[in-house]
Design a protein around this ligand. Structure first.
Ligand code: G3P
Ligand code: CA
Length: 269
């Protein structure tokens, strides 16, 4: 008899913690990936930007106001853009108290410290290059940082690292520099456009509300730059029923703010 249990198990999508586990710890911090590790979450997603003095840091918004105390510390620096502050200034900010006083003193991580911690935790990383149009040349800099921290070793490029962006030109540039690293385009291109993206993207990662059976079939029908079918990682799915529905549509991974909850729902479905 066919091994149906094994077959079903093989189709369970990966669960990826969006910015870590942001329902339990401040997003995009080392505390958030440590919390993910404690919960057994193997894949985490983050957002990478650049400081005024050219250092790569992990933060989602292009301004510092929502997730740090920058307005209190630097009241005269409106509109408080990430790229208008040096790393030394950003490292003075509290990136935890806005979430919960228990996380007071948490910092905006450098990409270097973040990569080392993910590695130490033996986690896998979906790294988003956020708003690269604001940071010319960030792709080359990212390659240098990945190389320096050991993330271009074979053990990583063999499936522990995906680089994604909403910006197709940036993703194409990154793929050109390091074609061996898996890449994901953030968006839901029409079927007729997929072949263009497949020249530089291994994954097409859509807003989950754009996903239906026909679209999944179209994406899976196209081969990416490494000769394998394109994969789909859908975001941001916090409703277990929707996650199970997406799994049944054949989505390859679910990006979620509650990875521990969604992983359980997918295993039990
Ligand atoms: O990983 C997908 C998702 O993170 C894209 O949207 O705004 O949360 O970066 P955003
Ligand atoms: Ca993101």
């Amino acid at each position: 008899a066919p091994d149906t249990a094994a077959t079903a198990r093989a189709r369970v999508p990966l669960t990826i913690g969006h910015r870590g586990v942001p329902v339990q710890a401040p997003e995009n911090t080392l505390a958030s990936i440590d919390r993910a590790a404690r919960l057994g979450v193997r894949w985490v997603e983050n957002d990478v930007q650049r400081t005024k003095d050219g250092k790569l840091v992990v933060i989602h918004d292009t301004t510092l106001t929502r997730t740090t105390d920058v307005k209190k510390r630097f009241p005269d620096r409106a509109p408080w853009k990430v790229g208008d502050f040096t790393l030394a200034e950003i490292r003075k900010l509290d990136a935890g108290s806005w979430f919960d006083r228990r996380f007071a003193g948490e910092r905006v991580p450098t990409l270097d410290s973040y990569l080392r911690r993910v590695d130490h935790n033996r986690q896998k990383l979906l790294l988003e290059v956020k708003a690269p149009e604001l940071y010319p040349g960030i792709e080359r800099q990212l390659v240098a940082e990945l190389r320096r921290t050991g993330w271009l070793d074979r053990r990583h490029v063999g499936g522990r690292l995906v680089v994604q962006s909403f910006n197709a030109a940036s993703l194409r540039a990154f793929h050109g520099l390091r074609p061996e690293v898996k890449t994901g385009f953030l968006g839901a291109p029409k079927p007729a456009e997929l072949r263009d993206y497949a020249k530089f993207a291994d994954q097409i990662n859509p807003d989950h509300t754009k996903v239906d059976a026909a679209w999944v079939r179209s994406v899976h029908g196209v081969k990416g730059p490494h000769g394998r079918r394109l994969e789909i990682s859908a975001w941001t799915v916090d409703d277990p029923d929707r996650a199970v529905a997406l799994a049944r549509l054949g989505v390859d991974a679910i990006i979620t703010n509650a990875p521990h909850v969604i992983a359980d729902a997918l295993e039990e479905a």
